[in-house]
Design a protein around this ligand. Structure first.
Ligand SMILES: [Zn+2]
Length: 84
């Protein structure tokens, strides 16, 4: 279970669940993935992406490498809205 009450190791601010835009600069172009679920520090905006989502990001980046597009903009396709 994820403990979002954890404090930020950098500034001791509170971490909150949010989404972020992930950008990676490859040799041939740029890959932008929007709405990636992440834990974000309220205070210093440091972002943490968990392992599961990081793996999914990696496969998106690999897809972009195969396509070799100059600019690839994706929505994070695996985002599951939590039912509250
Ligand atoms: Zn912080």
């Amino acid at each position: 279970m994820k403990n979002i009450k954890d404090r930020c190791p950098i500034c001791q601010g509170y971490k909150v669940e949010a989404t972020t835009t992930f950008t990676v600069d490859l040799d041939f172009g740029v890959v932008v993935v929007r709405h990636v679920p992440a834990i974000v520090c309220e205070q210093c905006s440091t972002e943490w992406i968990d392992d599961v989502n990081a793996e999914k990001l990696e496969s998106l980046i690999n897809e972009a490498k195969v396509k070799h597009s100059m600019v690839e903009i994706s929505e994070f396709p695996y985002f599951e809205k939590k039912v509250s």
